[in-house]
Ligand binder design. Structure first.
Ligand SMILES: Nc1ncnc2c1ncn2[C@@H]1O[C@H](COP(=O)(O)OP(=O)(O)OP(=O)(O)O)[C@@H](O)[C@H]1O
Length: 320
């Protein structure tokens, strides 16, 4: 596996050289193992070739200066005797890329599920855009502009790419199902608007060539991209990505990184990301929160986290 030197602080963009089109992105490639956290200044093991990952980090300062839009305070969540999260506090600023990392079972997915209302913590406060949330349902979170992708792809495998992405517009429908069934007046106009938005997303993610293909026939990497497309179709202001690069080969990871950064820059979408590939995390994140056994052990910029002794210990003490 290619060893890549850390490129130093202040660099992180992907270059156009990393681009491949959808048809060229093969699936089912070997997953780069999530290696131990590389200390600052040392090599990482993300397998991404040098020179394709980094360019000047032009927009980063502007992003990290955004106001806090999500404030998680003293969150604790248990499943019977299992403490998934214990007294976790951190915030997310508008327009930033915020990563949540940690060894297996650290509580990362549980945290995302708390953010989008799948799990309701027994303790703690969640303040989203200045309003405290109580027992929010995922549909309500979606209506507030929070979309997510899943660790295990959650698409309708027998449906086409286009139809799957269209389901991402569900929370945006305003006219009744009856009007839609009749394809009548306002309903027809609304559906045209939805289809136009979906086509924009398809163009953005460069998946025109597979728009009519049933998702189940696509390689894994492209299915992950379709899942991202469905989330983007909802026009979220905050996007929760649960291991968007898991199971991808190097080329697919490059593409996914580029798309995530493009979404962040072009639409200003705030990204909250779980990812095991430390090279990717340190490259594309503005800030990183680190969990271990359901507790927060680190929080800061990639450079700060890389130098945190507790974080290094947690990673060196695990097999992945
Ligand atoms: N629905 C659930 N019921 C019972 N226990 C759960 C549930 N969800 C998570 N847990 C437990 O909570 C702990 C944290 O799990 P979680 O999936 O959040 O970790 P993770 O950091 O996302 O792990 P991974 O990297 O392996 O996906 C684990 O011990 C897990 O078994």
């Amino acid at each position: 596996m290619t060893q890549v030197a850390w490129q130093g602080a202040g660099k992180r963009e992907w270059t156009a050289a990393a681009r491949t089109d959808a048809s060229g992105a093969g699936g089912g490639g070997a997953m780069a193992p999530a290696g131990p956290l590389p200390p600052a200044g040392l090599a990482d093991d993300s397998g991404v070739p040098p020179g394709t990952r980094h360019a000047q980090r032009t927009g980063a300062q502007a992003r990290t200066g955004g106001e806090v839009i999500l404030d998680l305070q003293h969150i604790s969540l248990s499943f019977g005797g299992v403490k998934a999260l214990t007294d976790i506090s951190f915030d997310v600023c508008e327009h930033e890329v915020r990563a949540i990392i940690g060894p297996n079972g650290a509580g990362k997915s549980s945290m995302l599920n708390v953010i989008n209302g799948v799990y309701h913590p027994q303790q703690g406060r969640i303040v989203f855009r200045g309003e405290e949330r109580k027992q929010m349902h995922p549909t309500a979170a979606a209506r507030q502009g929070i979309a997510r992708t899943f660790q295990n792809i959650a698409l309708f495998k027998g449906m086409t790419v286009l139809d799957n992405i269209m389901t991402g517009r569900n929370t945006q429908f305003r006219t009744s199902w009856f009007a839609h069934a009749l394809w009548w007046g306002p309903a027809r106009n609304e559906e045209m608007r939805h289809r136009q938005k979906v086509e924009e997303v398809i163009d953005f993610l460069e998946i025109q060539s597979i728009r009519k293909t049933p998702v189940g026939r696509l390689p894994y990497g492209l299915q992950k991209r379709v899942e991202l497309a469905r989330a983007l179709a909802a026009e979220p202001s905050m996007l929760l990505l649960d291991e968007p690069m898991a199971g991808m080969n190097v080329e697919e990871k490059q593409d996914m990184c580029r798309f995530i950064l493009d979404v962040n820059r072009q639409f200003g979408t705030t990204i909250v990301l779980i990812e095991h590939d430390m090279g990717v995390v340190m490259d594309i994140s503005d800030r990183v929160v680190v969990l271990d056994y359901g507790k927060k052990i680190g929080d800061g910029t990639p450079e700060e986290v890389k130098g945190n002794p507790d974080v290094i210990k947690a990673y060196l003490g695990t097999s992945h």
